[in-house]
Design a protein around this ligand. Structure first.
Ligand code: 5GP
Length: 183
């Protein structure tokens, strides 16, 4: 796949991630937070965001996959994908979240199924607060009502790669966010 088109440049990403970090710093002033990344797509966003958060912060990671969706990246590109709504936990957090300020860090909000599942799962652990930071948001694809608390960019219904996001596990290491052409 050679004809990827840049949608958001590395410079624009860096500027916006800095702003999100400043917002989080302000909102949680004087408190400590856990940055909880959703594997694998949020890894790069989390590592950049963390360096703009001037707070007592620790990292954790959670892994999920969805049932009944994404038969192949090619068909996903052609017709989008439909989840059955079932999300499977692949890796849980390493610590108790009770009374902690947790910021779930996600690469992209799409249908909202993954985040809705994760929020429900994590709220049962009784954190002091639970917020969602997402680099990208495709609001037009939403199946469940969900708003991110710290959102980098709202984008149209395109399949994007780069800056942690993959196509069949590739392209996560691209510095810019690029659109994969549908045909
Ligand atoms: P949701 O449960 O909100 O539909 O799905 C969120 C997950 O779908 C994201 O964490 C990401 O893994 C995947 N996803 C949704 N849209 C895209 C996209 O445009 N590109 C890539 N690479 N992954 C996407």
């Amino acid at each position: 796949m050679t004809d990827l088109k840049v949608l958001i440049t590395r410079d624009a990403i860096a500027k916006r991630v800095g702003e999100l970090g400043a917002d989080i710093t302000k909102d949680f002033s004087g408190q400590s937070i856990i940055l909880l990344g959703v594997l694998k797509g949020a890894a790069i966003f989390l590592s950049d965001l963390a360096r703009h958060v001037k707070l007592d912060a620790t990292f954790d990671f959670i892994g999920v996959s969805s049932y009944g969706n994404r038969p192949s990246p090619a068909s996903e590109l052609k017709s989008g994908w439909d989840s059955t709504g079932e999300v499977r936990l692949l890796k849980d957090v390493d610590q108790s979240l009770k009374d902690k300020n947790v910021i779930l860090v996600e690469d992209i909000l799409d249908t909202g199924l993954t985040m809705t599942y994760l929020k429900k799962l994590l709220m049962a652990r009784q954190p002091r607060s639970l917020k969602v930071a997402a680099l990208l948001d495709k609001p037009s694809r939403r199946k469940l009502p969900l708003e991110g608390d710290y959102v980098g960019f709202k984008i149209p219904d395109e399949f994007v790669v780069g800056y942690g996001l993959d196509y069949a596990e590739k392209y996560r290491n691209l510095a810019d966010i690029c659109v994969v052409p549908r045909e």
